[in-house]
Write a protein that binds this ligand. Structure first.
Ligand code: GLV
Ligand code: MN
Ligand code: MN
Length: 422
């Protein structure tokens, strides 16, 4: 990262890995589970607690903190020229129902570590520097995932997002107001010069190859579907096997078909049924209705399209053969994303400057960065996680790797500060 072999201003600044690690452990209290993970579904009391903690931690560093009409939080450290749009970092503090301590959290608290390093070194940036906590990245409570960054990027309207309901029928807008985080700034109005997201890989590649840094080049395509299978409730003892309309049996055949479609479109395709609701869910009733979700992904949009076609056909065939009705709806379509070449190169150079082993990688998971890439130069930085395990309470990462990722984040941000609007 040196010019003509010399150090540039900011090249001597590094994050304090110990306080970053403490912050990760500190916030893991909000929604802590007995198995050492976190259950912090978006817009719940636990989410409010961690948001309040984040705002207080940023204010303690002299930053101003605001939130917009979708509850996205912005912590801002002023730059020498406050008229410039901010260079931003961020991710999410919500988790899966059985989530870990790192997914999303490393990106927000890594940003906080960068703010702390800038303050403690007294380094002045040209642009304001901001850390963003995006609302409902996980999509575990309100589908789809990346909902608030999607509104920010103009992919969804705010009205449709506020009207989303969870499985208990609670409206997103009501839950947001309920925790006191529906802010005055209209979502999407916030200027952004560039966006960098630090995240655990959530897969096994970096660990297997002994790499510390993943230089993320993009995010694979994702589509989500909901299927309602309608049969007929009937008595488990007196309804002959040949005279049933068993929605759960049909759903089981559909789940098998989803797996087969994933396998048939390899090598990179993945297909998952992750949520199933069986009604009336009584041991002596032949089930009359099943709700299930499907998640399809591949780095190539065309492959995901072919998987969808195959799936529609298989589900219709299974429904007909099982004597049930299947209502199949696509509820999310997030095409493959390619990040900004200059930002990717800045991350690569930063890893090299620190001497961290690195490789290029495409993200298998969805991230807010995928939507931010539509409105600002964007990229991501990955660090390894143990066994590639994520969306699991046992999710774990090495303290040194997390600090390395935050150092790369800091360098990439300072590079953008020098490079953009020059
Ligand atoms: C977000 O966590 C995803 O589903 O990839
Ligand atoms: Mn995440
Ligand atoms: Mn996640």
């Amino acid at each position: 990262m040196s010019e003509a072999g010399g150090l540039r201003s900011g090249d001597n600044v590094t994050v304090d890995g110990a306080s970053l690690w403490n912050d990760i452990l500190e916030t893991a209290r909000f929604g802590a589970t007995p198995k050492g993970g976190i259950r912090r579904l978006t817009l719940t009391e636990e989410d409010r607690q961690v948001r309040d903690w984040f705002a207080a931690a940023c204010r303690a560093l002299g930053c101003s903190v605001s939130h917009d009409s979708m509850g996205n939080q912005f912590a801002r450290r002023e730059g020498a020229d406050p008229s410039l749009p901010p260079i931003t970092m961020g991710s999410h503090l919500d988790t899966q129902p059985t989530g870990g301590k790192f997914d999303g959290i490393v990106g927000v608290l890594g940003g906080l570590a960068v703010l702390r390093a800038l303050r403690e070194s007294g380094h002045e940036t040209r642009h304001p520097i901001e850390v963003i906590n995006w609302t409902n990245e996980e999509g575990a409570r309100f589908a789809p995932a990346m909902l608030a960054s999607g509104v920010f990027a103009g992919v969804f309207t705010e009205a449709e997002a506020l009207d989303k309901t969870d499985r208990a029928g609670v409206r997103f807008g009501d839950a947001l107001a309920g925790i006191g985080y529906r802010g005055p700034e209209p979502c999407g109005r916030h200027p952004i010069a560039a966006y960098f997201e630090l995240h655990i890989e959530q897969g096994p590649i970096l660990e297997a190859e002994g790499k510390t840094i993943g230089v993320v080049t993009g995010v694979q395509a994702i589509r989500w579907y909901e299927v309602t299978v309608t049969g007929r409730d009937s008595h488990a003892g007196s309804t002959p096997m040949t005279m049933r309309a068993d929605a759960l049996l049909a759903a089981a055949r559909m789940i098998e078909a989803v797996n087969a479609v994933g396998l048939a479109h390899g090598p990179d395709a993945v297909a998952t049924v992750g949520l199933v609701e069986n009604r009336p869910n009584s041991r002596n009733v032949v089930p009359g209705e099943v709700f299930l979700t499907i998640d399809l992904r591949d780095p190539d949009d065309a492959v995901v399209g072919r998987m969808e076609d195959a799936l529609r056909e298989r589900i219709a065939d299974i429904a007909a053969a099982s004597g049930v009705r299947a209502d199949f709806a696509r509820v999310w379509d997030a095409p493959a994303v390619h990040f900004d070449p200059a930002c990717i190169e800045a991350v690569r150079q930063a890893a090299e400057a620190f001497g961290y082993p690195a490789r290029r990688i495409v993200s298998g998971a969805g991230h807010d960065a995928a939507y931010l890439a539509r409105v600002a130069p964007t990229t991501m930085i990955f660090v390894p996680c143990a066994g590639g395990l994520s969306h699991n309470e046992a999710e774990s990462a090495e303290r040194g790797d997390v600090a390395a990722g935050a150092n790369v984040l800091l360098r990439a941000v300072l590079d953008a500060d020098r490079r953009l609007n020059a």
